[in-house]
Design a protein around this ligand. Structure first.
Ligand SMILES: [Fe+2]
Length: 484
């Protein structure tokens, strides 16, 4: 018998797992969905099948659940399915949780010794004709792009056998996908990461093993037309520290941010490293090169983090670690100092996103979910969405009301449109104590006027992590759906 989960901030309220899989063929729509919005909106997030065994939980630890909203002809269908990894199937078979938090072998059931901890719970992307559920500790998990049936792990010809990134960058100009995987030899192995380039057809172009200064937790990296930039932030995983009673994953006080610069098609021998002040940075808005060859990296960053304790086991609060939108200007020659930082927008922002078609090329508009009134944007949720013009500083904000929690705000291009901002912006919204959720659709250049259409979801969709939209006329969509 499975008992209700214990009380935990990330297992209750809008975070509480629903633990159901559903199909809804034609959802109610309030307002008018435009005819030129068509495609599929995916969302990934943690929804534990079973409660953790240690009586503790981490936000990043639940089983991945994919929600897919297919939009066409003013109608929306919805489906959600767990990412059925080996971990999920083993635990379902046992009827209880078997893996420790983050697969920690010291607290896992001996029945799963040597088995892979893969939740596939962080991101959900389309590339090379495949729908891939991603987390940074394990290979991608391929799912059917329409039925969401799990097809199994993608190893890219037995190269990606340990870890893969949660935030690869797809350059939509070339169709290539670039990835950085951290801790490729496990937390006890050699300190190395791997840089992969995957061709538009899904085949592996090249893979480089790179040395790293510590067992880094890498959540993202930057790509431009000519550079791959890998910021190694001061968070690491240290089994020895855990064996002495400290945190396994921690922010190491006093450690600088270490940044690797490598030509985009270069190799390990080409890397140069430089250091900057300690920064927490999990998500970039976009990164590109200006006319002088400087690298412009617009990022959500903070001076420290609340996601993990520090190496002494001390925890920070959300208020102490609020991320805002910053511009890092990096000189790849180091002539004028390696890097300078300015704050573009000081609001409490979670996930900044551009028009994805411009990833690695210059972009101007930022879309993000922000926190206006709640005390803790991570636990209580982000209650508003923002479009921010990084050239003029213009803000375009919509507040969903106190107690609302909204997810990543995703730009969805208008069918046939090519200009930045020509389209819509979508986000999932849960309202405090409501039994249902909404998919809110905005005109992308007019967020403040509120949603032009709201899609009613007949149950609560728990808050999650990353979303992506694939327009029906995009190469990525057509390539994936052709194989569905
Ligand atoms: Fe992320």
């Amino acid at each position: 018998m499975t008992q209700p989960f214990f009380d935990h901030p990330y297992l209750s309220g809008h975070h509480a797992p629903m633990r159901i899989e559903a199909d809804a063929p034609d959802l109610f729509v309030h307002g008018e969905l435009p005819d030129d919005l068509a495609g599929i909106f995916y969302r990934n997030g943690p929804e534990s099948l079973y409660p953790p065994i240690e009586g503790d939980y981490h936000w990043f630890d639940g089983d991945g659940m994919i929600y897919a909203f297919e939009i066409a002809d003013g109608r929306v269908s919805m489906r959600n399915r767990w990412v059925r990894t080996e971990k999920f199937e083993l635990e379902k078979e046992a009827g209880r949780r078997l893996f420790g938090i983050f697969g920690n072998p010291m607290t896992s059931d001996p029945a799963v010794a040597g088995k892979r901890y893969n939740t596939g719970n962080t991101n959900i992307i389309v590339h090379g004709g495949k729908l891939l559920a991603l987390m940074e500790g394990a290979p991608p998990v391929e799912m059917d792009p329409r039925s969401l049936a799990t097809r199994g792990e993608e190893h890219y010809g037995e190269v990606v056998t340990t870890t893969f990134g949660a935030h690869p960058t797809i350059d939509q100009t070339t169709g290539e996908m670039f990835n950085v995987s951290s801790m490729i030899n496990g937390p006890m192995g050699a300190k190395q990461m791997r840089y992969d380039i995957i061709n538009a057809d899904g085949s592996l172009q090249k893979s480089e093993v790179l040395d790293v200064p510590h067992m880094a937790l890498l959540h993202t990296f930057f790509l431009t037309e000519n550079w791959a930039i890998i910021p190694v932030i001061p968070i690491d995983t240290d089994i020895e520290r855990a064996q002495k009673g400290g945190p396994m994953t921690a922010w190491v006080e006093g450690r600088p941010t270490k940044i690797a610069l490598m030509p985009r098609y270069g190799s390990a021998d080409d890397i140069r490293w430089f250091e900057y002040e300690p920064r927490h940075m999990f998500h970039e808005l976009n990164v590109w090169e200006d006319a002088d060859g400087k690298i412009i990296a617009d990022v959500a960053a903070a001076d420290r983090t609340a996601l993990f304790p520090n190496d002494r086991g001390e925890k920070r609060t959300h208020a102490e670690t609020m991320q805002n939108l910053r511009r890092w200007t990096i000189d790849p020659n180091g002539n004028t100092g390696w890097m300078k930082e300015e704050v573009l927008n000081g609001r409490d922002i979670q996930f900044p996103r551009p028009d994805d078609r411009l990833m690695s090329r210059a972009s101007r508009q930022a879309y993000g979910n922000i926190n206006l009134h709640s005390r803790d944007g991570r636990v209580e949720g982000m209650d508003a969405v923002l479009r921010y013009d990084t050239q003029t500083g213009e803000e375009d904000i919509y507040h969903f009301g106190d107690g609302a929690s909204c997810g990543e705000l995703i730009f969805a291009p208008r069918l046939g449109g090519t200009e930045e901002g020509d389209g819509y912006a979508l986000t999932l919204v849960h309202r405090a104590n409501a039994a249902t959720s909404e998919l809110a659709v905005f005109a992308a250049m007019d967020i403040a006027s509120g949603p032009i259409a709201t899609v009613e979801i007949p149950f609560r969709v728990p808050s999650g992590f990353h979303c992506n939209f694939y327009a029906a006329d995009s190469a990525l969509y057509r390539q994936a759906m052709g194989s569905a």
